[in-house]
Design a protein around this ligand. Structure first.
Ligand SMILES: [Zn+2]
Length: 595
């Protein structure tokens, strides 16, 4: 056992330091860590992370508090030029290798018990053993088989006779049944927890071996946020009240990592905050309670989502207090699921914490509503709800607010954003920074509301010129759409009226937007009333989101957004050359929320 460990260490040393690579091959997950960690980043949660690092600096001024920069540490206000950063902050020291225990005075001793002894993880109780679960699984499987049989039987009839709407209806119902099983059955949660436990067993107590990204602790005015990476692209977050050293954990779907991090940092877990019911967010709630041997740990979730293990049901506008200075208000953002909520962390000293005023939000834990540069799939909602979430509910959240989402999807999303608008300098800058960040295997979390508003297509559709461009692209794709070969054998669906109606209303919208744009620029158009800078009409925004979804689908058929294009590589090389010419480490190490 010890031999194996030593062997592993030796191999790691041989492989050496792979983080710094800045080529596109560097994307191949440079997971090794060595004597010198990459730049100033605090790699995941190293054992040097001490409770003292969370102390609030005594010299905090009111001004600092307002800019969310109380400790003068990592967070710089987006929009402001990047402030000079100390090479290593107090949250991490560079010298010791991760396997040596830190016992220096004033630091916590390693609390590695969770990480090292987790090889004896028990799996979640096997759901197949209870009769209830067996009946449920039997019925759900029967439904699945029945649906498949119906589909196969109906296909020939459909091909020649059944109009499009019937087929769409059946498809939706079929999807509905499968989704219901996915979201509500114990079986999937069982497999989810099993894969988590397996991963920890393979890691043999060393979580750094399999994490998908290295992360950095964010110091906010009264709280510290530690992102916890798990599975292939998921994140949960530990929110620590720096005053009382208590913590809340957002979506601890990997309960072992969540508890391990809390123990290592030395904070007391007070509550679980659950954004929505999917297993990769809510699946670990009960298991975490079991591991903590605390049946009474509160789990906050929305009334409409049947989150596993939820005990406290909240609604839009409710405020959850973690400590004296840390308050989280609940924002109901339905669409991905009916009861999807985001937790908004308010600034220290903000008078309106209790009234959950959005303008004092310092950080947003938004689950799958905003996925850094994109939005989560519309499983239980429609484009209208998405439009209201982004353009109404979140409209007062300040640009400086940090956005912590549930997945590491930003590269793919920004590739789509540049596919839509490759002339935009800001979008290009964000994508280049992301590529640099990912080449170093660092997390793209957090982004900021500014980045989302000016680079995320689902936010940008409110810009009139952008919307016009999008509608023109849709028309172009429509003209160029190839007739699939099988259409030669299968007749065109009888009812395409709805589809043509859709195209017609899109071209009407394009006309309207172009007229408004002309009026706004003072070159004629509607004339009588000066429109505002942005599109505000809910129905127009809804239609634009629909169009965006269509364009995303056809874009995906054409391009693989998981792979860089030649143009992206060329832009990235230019970006790196410019950075090297500047020779400014602050620019080189700039993070996404600092753009
Ligand atoms: Zn989800």
């Amino acid at each position: 056992m010890r031999e194996r460990k030593r062997e592993r260490e030796r191999k790691k040393k041989e492989r050496g330091f792979e983080i710094e690579r800045e080529t596109t091959e560097g994307r191949a997950r440079a997971r090794t860590y060595s004597q010198s960690p990459p730049l100033f980043f605090d790699i995941y949660v190293r054992e040097e992370m001490s409770i003292e690092a969370l102390e609030i600096a005594p010299t905090t001024t009111k001004n600092d508090v307002e800019t969310g920069n109380a400790s003068g540490m990592m967070t710089t206000k987006p929009g402001a030029p990047a402030q000079p950063q100390p090479p290593i902050t107090t949250t991490a020291t560079t010298t010791s290798a991760p396997t040596t225990s830190t016992k220096s005075k004033g630091r916590l001793e390693r609390t590695d018990t969770v990480h090292m002894n987790m090889t004896h993880i028990k799996y979640e109780k096997n759901p197949f053993v209870t009769w209830k679960a067996m009946v449920f699984n039997l019925i759900s499987s029967l439904f699945g088989v029945l649906f498949l049989a119906i589909t196969c039987a109906l296909y020939p009839i459909y091909a020649f006779a059944i109009p499009r709407q019937v087929w769409t209806f059946l498809g939706e119902k079929g999807f509905g049944i499968l989704y219901y099983i996915f979201a509500n059955s114990n079986v999937l949660r069982y497999f989810h927890l099993r894969s988590i436990a397996k991963k920890h067993e393979n890691d043999n107590g060393d979580v750094l071996r399999s994490i998908h990204s290295f992360t950095q602790t964010e110091m906010l005015s009264s709280a510290a946020v530690i992102p916890i990476p798990f599975l292939s692209d998921n994140y949960s977050y530990l929110i620590v009240d720096r005053q009382s050293k208590t913590a809340a954990v957002v979506d601890p779907s990997d309960p072992i990592s969540a508890l391990g991090v809390a123990q290592r940092v030395g904070v007391e877990l007070k509550m679980i905050l659950c954004t929505h019911k999917h297993h990769d967010h809510a699946g670990g709630n009960m298991r975490l309670k079991e591991l903590m041997k605390n049946e009474n740990l509160p789990v906050y979730a929305h009334t409409l989502d049947n989150c596993h293990g939820a005990t406290h049901f909240v609604e839009h506008g409710d405020v959850i207090r973690l400590g004296e200075d840390v308050a989280l208000s609940v924002l109901h953002l339905p669409c991905h699921t009916k009861g999807h909520i985001a937790f908004a962390l308010h600034m220290k000293g903000s008078k309106n914490v209790e009234s959950s005023d959005e303008s004092t939000v310092e950080a947003l834990f938004c689950g799958d509503v905003i996925l850094n540069g994109g939005v989560g799939a519309f499983f239980e909602g429609c484009a209208k709800e998405c439009a209201l979430n982004l353009h109404k509910t979140l409209q007062n959240v300040p640009d400086s607010c940090l956005v912590f989402s549930g997945h590491e999807y930003m590269t793919m999303n920004l590739r789509f954003a540049t596919y839509l608008d490759d002339d935009d300098d800001f979008t290009r800058l964000v994508l280049n920074t992301i590529v640099l960040t990912r080449n170093r295997s660092l997390a793209t979390q957090p982004s900021s509301m500014k980045v989302e508003r000016y680079a995320n297509p689902f936010f940008r559709i409110r810009e009139r010129a952008y919307a016009a461009r999008l509608l023109l692209l849709r028309q172009k794709l429509q003209r160029e759409a190839k007739r699939p070969w099988w259409r030669r054998y299968v007749p065109e669906s009888r009812n395409r009226i709805g589809y043509y109606k859709e195209l017609k209303s899109e071209s009407i919208l394009l006309d309207k937007i172009q007229r408004e744009e002309n009026a706004y620029n003072g070159t004629g158009g509607v004339g009588h009333a000066m429109p505002s800078k942005f599109i505000e009409d809910e129905d127009d925004l809804t239609m634009l989101i629909e169009v965006l979804k269509h364009v995303l689908t056809s874009g995906r058929n054409e391009y693989d957004f998981n792979e860089p294009t030649d143009s992206e590589n060329i832009h990235f090389n230019d970006f790196m050359n410019a950075l090297k010419a500047e020779n400014d480490p602050n620019l080189m190490n700039r993070r996404i929320h600092q753009l």
